[in-house]
Ligand binder design. Structure first.
Ligand code: HEM
Length: 279
């Protein structure tokens, strides 16, 4: 088992390293740390399935053996009359959602999530048979991050039941390569989100308003874009690298020479506010 885990860590590390997202040294720690957090247990599935008493098995875990469900078993928990209960799964993690029966039970707005793993639909909103599936292939890092937010939501609001054997957990309850790959994309999403937040702090969005007489007015303030700061900046069009789109941002003196920043027509170089489409 350890050999397989080590191999998986190396394989996932290579993928991420090739993506240029992480450095090599961070990867091994990152993958196991990430898995431990998301799965809530050690990488070795055998450990938490034993009845306890062995070195290294926390007693609280030992009392709660991992329950493994097949797709067919999970389907018996769709909340319909005669069913065994009301469960759903996201990323292969099964939750008892009985207390949310008004959402997931028969007639509820989200009844289609019950008794299955429809991970993909949580971010695509495709609530039909085609869309209600566990395959997340092709989702963007941001969408994968959203999926993780749903997992966190269910962990917080509902009772974990166990793991669904299939795409994300194998028959021993060990995470599959598909899950490890998915979690790496989640990590990429986190990096992107952090980068975006940093960009927002450095180039906060402008304020803008429109009225018929004056047209569009743009201006900077020391809290425009919700970024409270000690400087105000001047409005510039920020051309997002790699795309033809731009957005209005407030630029500090130190960044005025940034080649991605272009002044607005009709705005003086140091104007803090101006009308950009005044006739
Ligand atoms: C990808 C799209 C969407 C997904 C996957 C989604 C999923 C969900 C889920 C799973 C719940 C139940 C949460 C719980 O267990 O407490 C929920 C509740 C809710 N959703 Fe959505 N939703 C989506 C879009 C929307 C949209 C567009 C709206 C509104 C226009 C909306 C309005 C609501 C409301 C109001 C509730 C709470 C209902 C209540 O408390 O009775 N949802 N959503």
């Amino acid at each position: 088992m350890l050999g397989r885990v080590a191999l998986a860590v190396v394989v996932t590390a290579v993928i991420a390293w090739q993506l240029g997202v992480y450095n090599w040294e961070d990867m091994s720690a990152l993958v196991s740390q990430k898995l431990n957090k998301v799965l809530g247990h050690s990488l070795e599935p055998g450990r938490h399935r034993t009845s306890g008493g062995k070195e290294g098995i926390p007693p609280s875990r030992a009392k709660q053996p991992l329950r493994l469900l097949s797709k067919e078993e999970l389907a018996q928990y769709d909340g319909n009359e005669g069913s065994k209960g009301l469960y759903l799964a996201v990323f292969g993690q099964v939750f008892d959602v009985k207390k949310g029966a008004r959402h997931y039970g028969p007639g509820g707005g989200y009844e289609f999530f019950a008794g299955r793993d429809a991970t993909r639909a949580y971010v695509t909103g495709e609530f039909n048979e085609e869309g209600l599936k566990d395959d997340v292939e092709g989702l963007s890092p941001q969408q994968m991050l959203e999926v993780e937010t749903w997992v966190d939501f269910y962990k917080k609001e509902y009772t974990p039941v166990g793991k669904l054997v299939g795409r994300y957990y194998d028959a021993t309850g060990a995470p599959t390569d598909a899950l490890k790959k998915a979690l790496l994309v989640v990590e990429v999403g986190k990096k992107e989100k952090d980068k975006e937040a940093e960009l927002n702090r450095r180039y906060p969005p402008c304020n803008s308003s429109w009225n018929q007489k004056e047209g569009t007015k743009i201006w900077c303030s020391d809290k425009s874009g919700g970024v409270v700061r000690e400087w105000t900046g001047v409005p510039r069009r920020y051309f997002i690298p790699g795309s033809n789109n731009w957005r209005c941002v407030c630029v500090h003196d130190r960044d005025l020479n940034n080649p991605h920043m272009k002044p607005f027509d009709g705005c003086g170089p140091r104007d803090v506010a101006c009308n950009v489409d005044k006739k």
